[in-house]
Design a protein around this ligand. Structure first.
Ligand SMILES: [Zn+2]
Length: 366
């Protein structure tokens, strides 16, 4: 019988845009990885380009474009329902890789200040260019790409700018799929709370105090769930944290359940790709570098230049890696994996690159 304890998840609170849970029997590194993946690796849709036709408000174009980019858009199932523009077959954006929103507001009322808000952004339906993506489209909810809270009368809209009589703002916004490693506007989380060891039993941090550490340090509500440190308690140098308190709050673009589940899925994919890369046979590596692999590696940008081990040698590995990372199955492998796996270092590319690149350099420079 295994002595390893199974991980336990205990959900404390779950609402429309927030989930609080306790994660037990996992390593600190794993718990922190889950946090980081949820914040930075889950794709959402956000306004990325703005074409301003007319702007006579007091705010400059750049200011407004920046504000539009920060507005959370409904991104449910964005992972499968929208392509990265770099993976798409189109030349200049299409309905499979972009969502177009229009903002047309003018003020004609005397003596009144008019608020331009996210509720005035309208999703514009796009023409059918190709028919090969009908399945992707079916995975999107009806309000996909709409500003969060637009269909909820109780939700406060997001203020873009204010207008007086005679002012006008006309803009066409192109929203794209992305992750927060490229820009924070793509993060589905507004905050992720992460705490362990609320009584500082492990002394991973030093409490700042003036007179009395106990009375001056505010204990979090999680401290009630653990035994306080006793006066005569001996310090255990080998103790490890085992209980992690997570509090995931989303901006509404994705639900908290989707954020947590997609985060775990993403982490699993990254680790699977790493294992796949590490399992590559050295013989296969040599073949790849000696022949086709050499040329491919040369053409690639630095940092993720070399195909993943045996995958590169067989040729089929490119598509395979891409499918693991994105699950879209279309487009070129270079574009599809570049910022995600390359940037994170967790995908097959990043994972195998250090091992494979070593071989390649040895063969090339020595
Ligand atoms: Zn496209």
């Amino acid at each position: 019988m295994s002595t390893e304890k199974e991980p336990i998840v205990h959900i404390q609170e779950h609402s429309k845009d927030r989930v609080k849970f306790i994660l037990e029997n996992v390593d600190l590194a794993l718990a922190n990885s889950v946090r980081r993946v949820m914040m930075a690796d889950i794709p959402t849709v956000a306004i990325d380009m703005v074409e301003i036709e007319s702007n006579t408000t007091v705010l400059p174009d750049e200011f407004i474009a920046h504000r539009l980019g920060q507005i959370p858009l409904v991104s449910a199932n964005c992972d499968e329902g929208l392509r990265y523009t770099r993976d798409c077959n189109c030349m200049n954006g299409c309905k499979f890789c972009t969502v177009i929103l229009s903002l047309q507001v003018s003020c004609s009322e005397e003596g009144k200040t008019m608020m331009v808000t996210s509720n005035q952004l309208e999703v514009i339906p796009q023409q059918d260019l190709y028919d090969d993506g009908a399945e992707e489209m079916s995975k999107r909810p009806e309000n996909f790409g709409q500003p969060v809270g637009k269909d909820d009368a109780a939700a406060e809209p997001i203020l873009i700018c204010k207008m007086r009589k005679g002012m006008e703002l006309k803009a066409r916004c192109i929203a794209k799929k992305g992750i927060a490693k490229e820009h924070a506007k793509w993060s589905p989380c507004s905050a992720v709370g992460f705490e362990y060891d609320p009584h500082n039993r492990l002394r991973h941090t030093t409490y700042w105090f003036e007179d009395d550490v106990k009375s001056e340090w505010p204990l979090s509500e999680n401290a009630q769930l653990e035994e306080p440190v006793k006066e005569d308690e001996e310090f255990d140098y080998n103790a490890k944290p085992n209980k992690f308190y997570m509090d995931v709050e989303t901006d509404g673009s994705l639900g908290p359940q989707e954020v947590v589940l997609k985060g775990l899925q993403e982490l699993q994919t990254k680790l699977a790709n790493l294992i796949l890369g590490l399992k590559a046979e050295p013989e296969a590596d040599t073949t790849a570098h000696g022949e086709a692999g050499f040329g491919q590696a040369e053409a690639a940008p630095p940092g993720w230049a070399v195909p993943a081990g045996a995958a590169g040698a067989t040729g089929g590995g490119w598509g395979q890696n891409q499918a693991l990372t994105n699950g879209t199955g279309g487009g070129g492998a270079w574009g599809s994996t570049s910022p995600r796996a390359g940037g994170s270092g967790g995908g097959a590319w990043g994972g195998a690159a250090s091992h494979t690149r070593y071989w390649w350099r040895m063969g090339c420079w020595c």
